[in-house]
Design a protein around this ligand. Structure first.
Ligand code: BES
Ligand code: ZN
Length: 647
């Protein structure tokens, strides 16, 4: 099967593919181990890495904005067991033109059937290996293009950008979406180094989650107005961390190690909001050791980006909705930066150990926030996490398997994002820290990162390490910590460290007063509160509110004018669940630009659950906004409103 869709640029790249893969001496690249324990097993990959595995990926791609696809080649360095005859890669809708070795000899390949019980897993590409003698013969070169539905890639029309003139594209690889645009072994336990050469039409700038090799070069083809950008990542990373974005971008330097990319319309506000970045990096280093990635840059994406942030190495991807003008949502930056230790340096081998990335990161986020923004803010954020965990456990039931930190086996990799992972992880580690003492705990966690740098890890490895290096021969301490209950058990273990009840003295007293006799805080007092206090108050509003109450709330606290999207979101949610007509226009315009799932899904749910009032509004709105949402957000809202393509 051969498909004739390759551009001149891509096919000429084919001829030199053998030398693009490795212009670095081999000894600079450390091949990370593959874990073989039961806990490390990833059922969401077709790869059989013990037989043959990818160690390095070299991409040579063109971004095709008209066709909304990437096309070109991926050259994979393969390490195979002596008796291995084939290598299995992951694909999801990729269109494969052909496969050769590094010298251009054709290799046989098949694209298998998708697993009917596990459609998101995609389909396997099985390549017959050739001789495997000599470096080029240990390469597999795949000519391909992404398919029309490639879910990792979101192609935005100019209207979806701040400037309104140029298209934009970004990728979101985590959890298992990168197989829709990169043919490799897409499993977090199979670490790979990578490099890329990517072309895009002028004046677009391409950024990736690797170090930029220098200035872009014009592509030398006749009548081409394209430029080529090159990137390299010499640290082996889980493949979900390979990321790309391209648009009309400007760069603002924030400090010696950091900077931000954004559309020109956003760059000033972005640079101002991110003014604490160098301090945040210093705090991370001070707490948990060396920053091993070189630079820490960020990109502000258009509001369609489905997450708050994504920790792509050296290039955190961010929603513009965190910008509040007062840095009050910068816990998000602390969070994505914290992944430089937990998640990117040490990575879960299996999606079921979500807490090893996200729970540990939420804990470190809080510690970094404390260093940079002070104890009060950290205490408040901890109290919000604790409340969110309590609420989740209350709703699910304390014996619900989904409240265990190591997720049950049927869980989708995309669903390992709830409070049982983020908030329970924070509370767990704060509890341990509190019992063993901060100094010892920090020394242990720093050593954990050092000893497992650039390696996959599992729950049982973490717990064994705690027992060996933190607990030692101390049965009392072992009993006090309740480690297994935290990780494998459901609900909230008895030894959980409760938040300081004084953290939200203002907001909690105000919420009580409001519930008791309808008294609201003075506008002046409200404005002097931290954003976290405002959130706390709004999260504790009575479920049911009358139109009159909502009108007074909004008039007094000016909620619909809040510059903080977290606050605005909580207002809209309360208004919609109470069928408040005056809020509908603002909800419509918010949902027409913002695609962040954390905001979009609950607002549609709030409308939907009212029944007759909200369902027609939601249906009508969704028909217009659905196309602008990322596949992740779309999938979630589809479920809420029962959307079906056939319908
Ligand atoms: N890595 C996650 C996002 C993610 C997790 C994507 C699992 C796909 C699967 C990212 O670091 C994250 O946690 N983002 C949060 C940040 C928040 C907790 C501060 C978000 O986007 O809301
Ligand atoms: Zn995270």
């Amino acid at each position: 099967m051969r498909i004739a869709f390759f551009s001149a640029a891509a096919s000429s790249a084919l001829l030199i593919a053998g030398c693009t893969a490795s212009d670095l001496p081999d000894q600079e690249r450390v091949v990370a181990p593959i874990l073989t324990s039961e806990q490390a097993f990833d059922e969401f990959t077709y790869a059989r890495p013990l037989e043959a595995r990818v160690t390095h990926v070299a991409l040579d791609l063109d971004l095709d904005f008209e066709g909304r696809r990437v096309e070109g080649t991926a050259t994979l360095d393969v390490q195979a067991a002596e008796d291995a005859t084939e290598i299995v890669l992951d694909s999801n809708g990729l269109m494969i033109g052909g496969v050769t070795d590094g010298l251009g000899n054709e290799l046989e390949f098949t694209v298998g059937e998708a697993d009917p019980d596990n459609a998101e897993k995609g389909e396997p590409i099985t390549v017959q290996l050739g001789e495997m003698t000599g470096p080029e013969l240990q390469q597999v070169v795949i000519s391909y293009a992404s398919g029309p539905e490639a879910e990792a890639l979101q192609w935005l029309s100019p209207e979806q950008t701040a400037g309104g003139e140029h298209p934009f594209v970004f990728s979101q690889g985590q959890a298992i979406l990168n197989r829709t645009w990169i043919p490799t072994q897409d499993s977090p336990g199979i670490r790979q180094t990578w490099e890329a050469r990517v072309t895009a039409p002028e004046p677009l700038t391409v950024v990736m989650s690797g170090i930029s090799r220098g200035d872009p070069e014009p592509v030398e083809d006749a009548d081409s107005d394209r430029r080529a950008f090159e990137f390299v990542m010499n640290n082996s990373v889980p493949p979900y961390l390979i990321a790309i974005a391209a648009g009309n971008l400007e760069f603002a330097e924030l400090g010696p190690r950091s900077g931000v990319y954004a559309e020109p319309e956003m760059i000033e506000a972005a640079a101002e909001e991110l003014g604490d970045t160098e301090e945040l990096i210093d705090a991370g280093i001070e707490l948990f050791g060396e920053y091993r990635w070189g630079r820490y840059d960020m990109i502000i994406l258009p509001p369609a980006f489905p997450y708050g942030g994504m920790e792509n190495p050296v290039m955190t991807f961010l929603t513009p909705t965190f910008i509040a003008g007062d840095r009050s949502n910068n816990g998000l930056i602390a969070h994505e930066l914290a992944h430089s230790w937990s998640g990117n340096l040490t990575t879960y081998a299996s999606w079921r150990d979500g807490w090893l990335n996200e729970g540990v990161t939420s804990y470190i986020e809080n510690r970094i926030s404390e260093e940079v923004y002070g104890e009060q803010r950290a205490e408040q954020e901890y109290a919000l996490s604790y409340a969110s965990l309590e609420e989740a456990v209350e709703n699910a039931g304390a014996d619900n398997p989904n409240t265990a930190m190591r997720s049950p086996d049927e869980i989708s990799p995309f669903d390992t994002v709830g409070p049982a992972i983020y908030d329970k992880g924070t509370v767990f580690l704060r509890t341990v820290e509190n019992i063993v003492g901060r100094e010892e705990f920090d020394a242990w966690l720093t050593a954990w990162f050092d000893n497992h740098a650039f390696q996959p890890v599992t729950s049982e490895m973490m717990l064994a390490d705690m027992r060996e290096n933190l607990i030692g021969d101390n049965p009392e301490l072992e009993e006090q910590l309740m480690l297994d209950e935290w990780v494998y058990g459901t609900g909230i273990p008895d030894n959980a460290l409760a938040p300081d009840p004084a953290a939200f003295a203002d907001a909690d007293a105000a919420a009580q007063a409001y519930a008791a006799d309808g008294n609201l805080p003075e506008a002046g007092a409200w404005e002097s509160w931290t954003a976290a206090s405002q959130r706390r108050f709004l999260e504790n509003l009575p479920e049911t509110l009358s139109d009159e109450q909502l009108a007074t709330l909004n008039e007094t606290l000016r909620l619909s004018e809040s510059g903080n999207n977290e606050v605005l979101f909580l207002w809209l949610e309360a208004a919609l669940r109470n069928e408040y007509d005056p809020a509908v226009d603002q909800a419509r315009s918010f949902l027409s630009t913002v695609g962040r799932n954390k905001f979009v899904a609950p607002l549609f749910r709030a409308m939907w659950e009212t029944g007759d009032w909200g369902q027609p509004i939601a249906t009508d709105l969704y028909a217009r906004t659905r196309g602008g949402y990322h596949s992740y957000t779309r999938g979630n809202v589809d479920e809420i409103v029962g959307y079906s393509n056939e319908g």
